[in-house]
Design a protein around this ligand. Structure first.
Ligand code: GRF
Length: 208
């Protein structure tokens, strides 16, 4: 399975994927490219160190959003992916891309959807709201991407405890270490090996 990873930031989820492929925890999968919308994304460095083709498609380089989206989709198409993994990618996915790659785009979100998700809930903002609400359990979710924001069918989730005196940064790191970096590789391996199915309720499940 050819997988493209789309990034905007530090790339710790990308690194977890690359390490899992190296360690045989993800099989039948080639990470055939990394696409960032930010030239300064450290994720691009991680890709280069791993010898993976890495490109940047920056909104600033295009006169209109439509031209940017066309360029982004062309970059994805050129890699001929079977799966597109959004790993901290902070760009709204063009509707045409959703259509073209229906049920072949997954996203990692740093909360237990449907809590703390949707417009404005990304990065540290998620964990700030978790602490503001005072929930005792948070976590991460991997879901298929549809036209909405964090609204696609849920594939896998993992819970993480909120501790007293947590800061958003400490909590974000715990959610990454104890959830994101575990479930994203698990879902990719399940998809690559045909272990994803719908149950009688029409809900999606991955089997380990
Ligand atoms: C982090 O906020 C993470 O929780 C979310 O995307 C952001 C960037 O992560 N999934 P990464 O280090 O670039 O993978």
């Amino acid at each position: 399975m050819r997988a493209v990873v789309m990034v905007s930031g530090g790339g710790t989820n990308l690194q977890a994927i690359l390490d899992a492929v190296r360690d045989g925890k993800i099989t039948n999968t080639e990470i055939c490219g990394v696409i960032s919308n930010r030239t300064d994304a450290y994720a691009l460095e991680r890709a280069k160190k791993a010898g993976i083709p890495a490109v940047c498609v920056s909104r600033k380089a295009y006169a209109t959003r439509a031209e940017f989206e066309t360029a982004l989709l062309a970059a994805v198409d050129s890699l001929k992916p079977d799966l597109i993994v959004l790993a901290g990618f902070l760009v709204i996915i063009p509707a045409e891309m959703i259509r073209r790659y229906e049920r072949r785009i997954i996203n990692i979100h740093p909360s237990l959807i449907p809590s703390f998700c949707g417009d404005g809930f990304y990065g540290l903002h998620v964990h700030e709201q978790v602490l503001a609400r005072g929930v005792k359990v948070t976590g991460a979710t991997v879901h298929y991407v549809d036209e909405g924001t964090d609204t696609g069918p849920i594939l896998l989730q993992k819970a993480v405890a909120v501790e007293p005196n947590d800061t958003p940064e400490v909590l974000q790191r715990r959610v990454m270490e104890q959830a994101e970096w575990i479930i994203l590789p698990q879902v990719i391996d399940a998809i690559a090996n045909g272990r994803v199915s719908k149950d009688s309720n029409g809900n999606w499940f991955v089997t380990m």
